[in-house]
Design a protein around this ligand. Structure first.
Ligand SMILES: Cc1cc2nc3c(=O)[nH]c(=O)nc-3n(C[C@H](O)[C@H](O)[C@H](O)COP(=O)(O)OP(=O)(O)OC[C@H]3O[C@@H](n4cnc5c(N)ncnc54)[C@H](O)[C@@H]3O)c2cc1C
Length: 382
């Protein structure tokens, strides 16, 4: 480990922090990338937890805002390079379908990047994929590179490249940050390191490290995973106004193999009366099996949308989404020497490489390097 002072310490080694650590290192900064891996036993861990320990996260260029299309397209363009240089593959381009009232706008946003996203009808969807969509909304189908990424493997790939570039990776939580000789001292079970500046990418956690507070919501989410063999026909899906309306939107990732060897389709959604968590409630939530109402609704929706699929037993899990009032992540300075790249709003996995890169550009002399107005990401404090 480098015992000298780092140029930048990135706190949080998840999807955005891992990407930022790589970009900072590859831009020549002496970087410490600090954070624990996922808890070995979720039910006993005292955290911090992460929002990415899973086998599938949807990736697509078609999105509900142009900003989300822009950051997804920029990230997706680099997937192959990240996989090739790290030796860790993480992308399965199996396609994507969305059912949304403004479906034509999703197509327009994606077309900017040469995506094949196009409008289709419910009959085509039923025949091609077996999904029965009856809500009458506009339907978008997008082929490769849309599909899913393995978020654990993407984090591993980013970490690997950061280390190859010379970053020091400290595999533990930061428990204290103090100002120190014009920079910072960061403490944890790894000991103590110093850095000129800090990038905070701690997802739903980390609010106790500083005296400023971000205007974010920590939204409880539950996932249901039903056993289902992969018939190669089912794409990723996002659907507004699902048949069971206790959730207002559902998404799923097609059948993938989980750590216990089972192959399962995973469905999640946004509950109409979203449960918000205070920082001190996060750990109990991660020890739970999720929200029973959401589990019931998601299961109902899965059976309605895949009426002919031989769905088997289900398992459930809790997760948390960090959301902002703007719907965009926060990427910017919040205090002298301290920037954040935080709050994925449930959509950042696919786009994490670009969000991390934008976080890294805050530290460079060349400054912001994106056609997106940086004000889109300005952090709001309480
Ligand atoms: C159920 C679910 C499904 C989702 N589906 C999709 C999808 O299909 N497509 C998509 O694009 N996005 C999806 N998302 C969103 C995506 O997973 C998140 O936006 C993304 O993980 C956010 O990345 P992050 O780096 O901000 O947070 P995380 O990935 O959670 O990383 C934060 C990291 O900070 C660490 N940390 C916290 N406190 C400290 C500390 N004190 N010291 C050091 N480290 C600390 C944590 O250990 C963690 O590793 C989904 C999210 C959930 C919950």
């Amino acid at each position: 480990m480098n015992t000298d002072r780092y140029d930048v310490a990135v706190i949080g080694r998840g999807m955005i922090g891992g990407a930022a650590g790589r970009h900072l290192t590859e831009a020549g900064f002496r970087t410490a990338l600090i954070g624990p891996g996922e808890p070995a036993d979720r039910r006993r861990s005292q955290g911090p937890f992460c929002s990415h320990p899973d086998e599938g996260r949807i990736t697509r260029i078609a999105a509900r805002t142009q900003t989300w299309s822009d950051v997804a397209a920029a990230s997706i363009e680099r997937y192959a390079d990240i996989a090739a240089r790290s030796g860790i593959s993480f992308h399965t381009p199996c396609g994507f379908i969305a059912a949304y009232p403004d479906a034509p706008d999703w197509v327009t946003r994606a077309a900017k990047y040469g995506s094949d996203a196009r409008l289709v009808d419910a009959e085509w969807v039923r025949e091609t994929t077996g999904i029965s969509i009856t809500n009458g909304l506009g339907l978008v189908a997008e082929g490769a590179p849309a599909g899913y990424i393995n978020p654990r493997r993407l984090v591993a790939a980013q970490t690997q490249l950061a280390m190859l570039g010379g970053a020091d990776v400290l595999d533990a939580a930061v428990t204290e940050v103090c100002r120190h000789h014009g920079g910072f001292e960061l403490n944890g079970s790894f000991g103590s390191v110093t850095a000129d500046r800090i990038l905070v990418a701690t997802g739903a956690f980390g609010s106790d490290l500083f005296d400023w507070r971000l205007d974010v919501e920590r939204r409880a989410r539950t996932t249901v995973m039903a056993r289902l063999a992969d018939d190669g026909r089912i794409p990723c899906l996002i659907l507004d106004q699902p048949p069971d309306n206790r959730v207002w939107e559902i998404y799923w990732v097609p059948p993938v193999r989980y750590a216990d060897g089972s192959v399962r389709i995973k469905i999640g959604g946004n509950r109409t009366d979203t449960m918000l968590l205070a920082p001190h409630e996060l750990i109990d939530w991660f020890h739970s099996d999720g929200d029973p109402v959401e589990i019931e609704s998601l299961t109902e929706n899965l059976f309605s949308l895949l009426p002919d699929a031989p769905l088997g037993d289900i398992v459930t899990a809790p997760c948390v989404i960090t959301g902002t009032p703007t719907g965009a992540p926060y990427i910017g300075w919040v205090d002298e020497g301290v920037a954040v790249a935080i709050a994925g709003n449930g959509s950042a996995a696919k786009s994490s490489d670009e969000l991390g890169r934008l976080g890294a550009t805050l530290f460079s002399d060349a400054g912001w390097d994106s056609p997106i107005d940086p004000a889109t990401f300005t952090p709001r404090l309480l």
